[in-house]
Design a protein around this ligand. Sequence first.
Ligand SMILES: [Zn+2]
Ligand SMILES: [Zn+2]
Length: 416
Amino acid sequence: MEHLTALRGFRDIYGEEIERFTLIERAARAYFQLLGYKEIEIPVLEKTELFKRSIGDTTDIVEKEMFTFTDRSGDSVTLRPEATAGIVRAYLQASLYAKERASRLFTVGPMFRHERPQKGRFRQFYQMDVEVFGIADPMADAELIWMVFLILGRLGVTNYTVEINSVGCRGCRDEFRKALVRFLESKKEGLCTDCAGRLDRNPLRIFDCKNAACFDAITDAPVIFDYLCDECRKHFDDCLGRLGAFHVPYVVNKRLVRGLDYYTRTVFEFTSPDLGAQKAFAAGGRYDNLVEEMGGPSIPGTGLAIGMERLALLVRELPPGQTPLYFLARVGEEAEAWLIPLLDAFVSSGMPLAYAQPARSLKSQLKYANSLGADYALILADEEVSKGIVLMRDMKDGTQKELPLDPAGLPRLVKG
Ligand SMILES: [Zn+2]
Ligand SMILES: [Zn+2]
């Protein structure tokens, strides 16, 4: 019988890649903790309505990419395509706004989008997501960007750019929208059917369109940046000032808009030329109206997501294993009886002790130890047992020394 395979765009992550994931997560968690972020787990499955209301009905995500289905109760449910909507829902459901002035939350986990699978892009993909509620000041935006800058520094990732822009507030966006629609009306012929259809409903989406004709059509289009009201302009300048104080280099990209409706003011992306066409590996922005639009009080928010798959591609070197690997080779029945006491003693002391099962010849066990990359082999035959010793062999130079066969003391002794 043929074995089954995973669904298209879904995959298993193991070996070196999962080590990279762990490395990234560990670096990120260190800074999350230093900066006061609290972990939250939210469901992967939510009411479809949640994403329609937050991300926006006319976005690519909601129109084309969500895993939406009717469950056995007849309800429309959706696998989360991103984490912000669910965290806002949780924030409101737990009334966190009534309990703390500012909330800093993070979550790590899989997201789901029905996109065409391509390099570094999958239908189930992993994100680290960070959200800040209750801080209107641009300091919160700058701090988020700085935090990613620190995480990347710790991971040794250097070939990237921070692109930043402002998409304004409701007020300045209305002015801009009028100007944009006026401009696009004149180009309507050249637009793809999606964009032509969206012209009235959501003209801003055209900036996200991957269609070459649309890209050409907007080369001279007005940009929101030139329509910012005084307050939005000040917010943006303040944010840039803070980034300067944090020594985070950035590039203002006036064409940067994110593919979700809820963003206001600051939006940003971390991009790397090493990733090809899909060059963003972390992105986010401010969403000062979202909490209110989701039925809550008027509370500002800002956040970001880091794409694990794409960042993993940028992490070049895995750090070498820190603790040396020990291997126990045992020959004979009496020696075999020491396996469990020694394994227990090593692992309880926080040290690894590998072994072969079954224990064949000494030669084959040492060969296996080599294949595992063991630094030292502890060799125990019935002869050593009767003398109350164990041999420790340095696998690199083959030198050996005798140590007393005392499980409780051995882990300390082998460390030398
Ligand atoms: Zn404004
Ligand atoms: Zn288009």
